[in-house]
Design a protein around this ligand. Structure first.
Ligand code: WCA
Length: 362
């Protein structure tokens, strides 16, 4: 079964604390909510300490056109995306030696926070020495589920082409979609939650000689995946596209929906692969927000110790949409041991759930 050999994360340059964003939001939203001080408590209760952004807070003081936002998206995506690829393929922790760009068969680029045609990996391929025959698979619109879905689609590619080495590159700059004139409660909550980040993973098929590259005792091998879209839930999350950009849509019922729907989806998946919840050592969860993690714990009857690494990523980086699960996976890959089983889970617009079963192998 395909294995994930290396992974790298890139942190955008501006580090902004929750306290700083809370003060920014107080100025902006105080005329829109008479109980603003009560609502601002979400900045304290969300269990986020700081987030990383591609622009400093002063950039958000001014109104920005869709064009300005998207130009910033493309510039930063190319710069930080190229860095993530280099850090992944030249990663001295996970790899014995660098994997040449020219050996990469396909790049899956995951994003939902900006638009580019040609897509970002094509621009990056003009900077780094990839083969001209590298296949490009940009995936747009899966939101927070995109990182997990990208891994699943790359898994299928590597099963079809067992000699393949492929990259999964996730890029999200949620901050660039921030709308200062949207005074909805959703936007206020989103301002406390969403962040920027970039990550890249290297997956290889079964026929790749791992001993040539692998530098750690055990790596996650993907056993199986499940993609599920819930009927009649297209309004739960997504974008409303307006003249001045993307407006975030996300229902306050997401934690309740997760609590109701995740258990049956996981049971169905584990039955299909003859596994039980008790077999799972690692729970690689997309930390959508504090209440999302609480909902995972209730839905699957797992302990907060099992979602600790997800909570750590949420605390230090916020919700970076599709990128977040790759940050969580990296932390598990740094300590995974042979024989351990992990379940990766993320949810996104659709409303869709993506699950992957992983087993660490020598
Ligand atoms: C930590 C939070 C943010 C605050 O917790 P709290 O301090 O206990 O406060 P409350 O939950 O009581 O919320 C405070 C107020 O905000 C309201 N609220 C609370 N979420 C909301 C709300 N989504 N709307 C609109 N009012 C709200 C809530 O109803 C309440 O209003 P009020 O009745 O006046 O007290 C907590 O609500 C929380 O973790 N919520 C889950 C966040 C959540 O849904 N995360 C998943 C995000 S969706 C996602 O990951 C993907 C987004 C995405 C989508 C598309 C893409 O293309 C890309 C990405």
């Amino acid at each position: 079964m395909p294995q994930i050999l290396s992974i790298a994360e890139v942190h955008p340059p501006y580090v902004i604390t929750q306290e700083e964003v809370m003060n920014f939001a107080r100025t902006l939203f105080s005329h829109s909510f008479k109980d603003i001080e009560r609502l601002l408590q979400v900045f304290r209760s969300g269990q986020i300490r700081k987030r990383h952004f591609v622009k400093g807070l002063d950039w958000f003081e001014k109104e920005r056109s869709f064009e300005e936002r998207n130009d910033a998206y493309i510039n930063h995506a190319v710069e930080l995306g190229a860095t993530a690829i280099e850090d992944c393929l030249q990663n001295g922790f996970f790899l014995k030696k660098s994997v040449p760009f020219a050996e990469i068969d396909a790049i899956f680029t995951i994003s939902s926070t900006g638009i580019a045609t040609p897509s970002i990996e094509a621009i990056i391929m003009n900077r780094l020495s990839f083969s001209s025959f590298t296949k490009r698979i940009p995936i747009w619109g899966l939101g927070c589920g995109g990182g997990a879905s990208g891994l699943s689609r790359a898994f299928e590619y590597c099963r079809a082409f067992p000699q393949a080495k492929v990259l999964i590159l996730a890029i999200e700059f949620c901050s660039l979609t921030f709308q200062r004139n949207d005074r909805s409660k959703s936007n206020l909550i989103g301002t406390s939650l969403f962040a920027d980040g970039v990550a890249c993973a290297l997956m290889v098929g079964d026929q790749v000689n791992r001993s040539e590259w692998q530098n750690v005792l055990a790596v996650p091998s993907i056993i199986s995946t499940q993609s599920m879209t819930l009927r009649n839930s297209v309004d739960v999350m997504g974008w409303k596209v307006k003249n001045d950009g993307l407006y975030v849509v996300f229902s306050k019922d997401i934690p309740t929906i997760i609590e109701k729907e995740l258990g049956p989806a996981v049971t169905h998946f584990l039955n299909e692969v003859n596994q039980q919840m008790g077999d799972i050592a690692h729970f690689i969860a997309h930390p959508g927000g504090k209440k999302v993690l609480d909902a995972y714990e209730r839905a699957l009857a797992i302990s907060s110790a099992q979602t600790q690494l997800s909570a750590d990523v949420l605390r230090e980086f916020g919700n970076m949409s599709s990128v977040t699960i790759l940050y969580v996976l990296k932390r598990f890959m740094e300590k995974g041991r042979e024989g351990e089983v992990g379940l990766a889970t993320a949810l996104g617009p659709g409303f869709s759930s993506e699950l992957l079963l992983l087993r660490w192998i020598k």
